[in-house]
Design a protein around this ligand. Structure first.
Ligand SMILES: Nc1ncnc2c1ncn2[C@@H]1O[C@H](COP(=O)(O)OP(=O)(O)OP(=O)(O)O)[C@@H](O)[C@H]1O
Ligand SMILES: O=P(O)(O)O[C@H]1[C@H](OP(=O)(O)O)[C@@H](OP(=O)(O)O)[C@@H](O)[C@@H](O)[C@@H]1OP(=O)(O)O
Ligand SMILES: [Mg+2]
Ligand SMILES: [Mg+2]
Length: 357
């Protein structure tokens, strides 16, 4: 049976690097074959003067951009904005980002989940306090509090001892490092679609390493994106301990439950999250990071997944326009049934896709 095609124009507003990685010819042509046109938003012109767009796909920051989105939405109330800027902003702070995890409830599973123990330090005086970090077990990872996609916001440090804390620049989050076998699970969410992949991570740290270590602080950035040759040329053997192929994936149903719970709580459709399996337990998982609009092109078959999602958005929009206002746009039912609403026209409204609701 031929796949249904949809007429629709999606404007994308992305930073040049994101545009280069995401807007590939293969995506543009597959979307086109289903009636979806992808059009670049010109950042030199007001958004509301461009288009018309059925949907705006964006990952840009700042007050001016938010103002432009508001203006666009008031001029085109039926257009869909992916995703609402207020929902995205929650991910720009590494504390509020993970707070949502504690609100999740997942039933009937033997696996458990949570986040590593962490504290936030806003200023140097607090950092220099001899008691700073006393509530944490070392090593810890120091992460910039702000996670706004800048290179700076990805600069991390593995801190082995308390006295190395003075090398850090607040505001930072200090998060306990949890041994997890050197492999991280990245879970990509695109609307209803969930895909989990394995990536390289920091290797486990042994007790001895924290005691006699010569470097008491190790800086790193975006370790999961390290090119393989970096690993092969690994002079100090730091990455040798990783076992990507041998690592068992977490149960898919468990991952999907968490992804759906996060999607609903965050009111976001386009994000990924990083999960590690606590080596001490084997069935305990920790969520350590959530990213808005991640590097989807690294997800195998991303073109088909994204194209299907665009079609779903268009279909829901079409259905909503046909039904007018005579349906309840935001269900208050908070149960699994109300979440399994793939065919419900108000689904995207509930997920925060239709920011006009
Ligand atoms: N609590 C932790 N315990 C063990 N390893 C961790 C922990 N937190 C982070 N890591 C390791 O450090 C890496 C970077 O941390 P994190 O994902 O928070 O940074 P990021 O710069 O936001 O990453 P991304 O590129 O995914 O946005 C993780 O991929 C993982 O390898
Ligand atoms: O695509 P961008 O350049 O924006 O970078 C994103 C990066 O994708 P890339 O490595 O393909 O570039 C993502 O990697 P994966 O989690 O998907 O591995 C992740 O690090 C995001 O946090 C980055 O977005 P940022 O937070 O920096 O805005
Ligand atoms: Mg990460
Ligand atoms: Mg991140």
């Amino acid at each position: 049976m031929a796949e249904k095609t949809f007429g629709g124009v999606i404007g994308y507003a992305l930073a040049p690097k994101k545009q280069n990685s995401f807007i590939r010819d293969s995506l543009v042509s597959l979307a086109k074959s289903r009636g979806i046109e992808l059009v670049r938003v010109d950042s030199d012109k007001p958004l509301a003067d461009q288009g018309p767009f059925d949907c705006v796909l964006h990952k840009l920051y700042g007050d001016d951009w938010k103002r432009q989105l508001r203006e666009f939405q008031s001029r085109f109330p039926n257009a869909v904005i992916l995703d609402a800027p207020e929902a995205i902003e929650r991910l720009h702070n590494r504390i509020s980002m993970l707070q949502v995890v504690s609100e999740l409830r997942i039933q009937d599973r033997t696996e458990t989940f949570g986040i590593p123990k962490q504290i936030v330090i806003y200023d140097k005086a607090t950092l220099m306090d001899p008691q700073a970090g006393d509530s944490l077990k070392f090593p810890v990872i120091a992460k910039p509090l702000v996670a706004d996609g800048s290179a700076k916001s990805h600069k991390m440090a593995l801190v082995f001892t308390r006295d190395a804390l003075d090398k850090l620049k607040p505001p930072i989050v200090l998060q306990e490092f949890v041994n997890h076998g050197g492999v991280i699970f990245k879970v990509y969410v695109v609307g209803e679609h969930v895909r989990c992949v394995k990536r390289k991570s920091l290797p486990d740290v042994s007790e001895e390493k924290t005691v006699g270590v010569s470097e008491n602080l190790l800086s790193f950035s975006q370790v999961s994106n390290l090119a393989n040759h970096d690993v092969e040329n690994d002079s100090d053997g730091y990455y040798r301990l990783m076992h990507l192929e041998d690592t068992e994936m977490p149960p898919n149903a468990f991952v999907v439950d968490i992804a759906r719970g996060l999607r609903r709580a965050l009111k976001l459709n386009l994000f990924n999250f990083d999960v590690i399996r606590d080596a001490r337990y084997g069935n305990r998982y920790l969520i350590i990071d959530i990213n808005y609009f991640p590097g989807y092109a690294k997800m195998p078959g991303y073109e088909a997944v994204l194209t299907q999602f665009f079609c779903d958005v268009m279909l829901k929009k079409e259905q909503e326009e046909q039904q007018g206002e005579d349906h309840d746009p935001v269900s208050t039912k908070d149960n699994e049934e109300s979440f399994q609403v793939e065919s419900c026209p108000s689904f995207y409204a509930k997920q925060g896709v239709c920011s006009h609701h």
